[in-house]
Design a protein. Structure first.
Length: 158
């Protein structure tokens, strides 16, 4: 499935997947973190399967600790992910969340989707019902007056 087919499917289902560059980056991080741990344990690739089998929980824990140290010293780390908020739609990580100045993993940025997802979360918390939504808007129902409202998000020219 190419990127255009994925985008079309995402619009239909509301489920978002990491693109190829994001997947490659995440796989590379996991592989390099595992290699680093093998070096610390002084085991070869041949020994690793028996003495230190692949464990994504350990790999991610070590990686997260390394990111914490780097962030503490002012360095930003690209760690691609899909956000799955309790309420709302999924979206790919965004520059405003990770703090990176640019992204080598995404061709398009999903700031609008992140904002709409946050608005959906807030709307649900105050008791409004989400009726429907599109790529740049949601429609909510105010039950006490039985009225529908559209909330639209668009980027201003800057």
């Amino acid at each position: 499935m190419d990127d255009m087919e994925k985008k079309t499917e995402e619009m239909k289902t509301g489920e978002v997947e990491m693109n190829q560059k994001m997947t490659e980056r995440a796989d590379w991080i996991d592989t390099q973190t595992y290699w680093y741990m093998m070096q610390l344990l002084e085991i070869s690739t041949a020994e690793a399967e028996e003495k230190f089998p692949w464990n994504i929980a350990i790999i991610r824990e070590v990686f997260e600790e390394a990111v914490t140290v780097l962030n503490k010293h002012g360095y930003k780390v690209c760690d691609p992910y899909i956000s799955t908020p309790e309420v709302g739609r999924q979206y790919r990580c965004t520059l405003s969340e990770c703090g990176c100045e640019n992204c080598n993993c995404q061709d398009e940025f999903m700031e609008k989707e992140r904002l709409i997802s946050n608005i959906e979360d807030a709307v649900a918390l105050i008791g409004l019902k989400i009726i429907s939504g599109g790529k740049d808007s949601i429609i909510v129902r105010e039950g006490s007056i039985d009225a529908d409202f559209e909330i639209r998000v668009s980027q201003l020219a800057g």
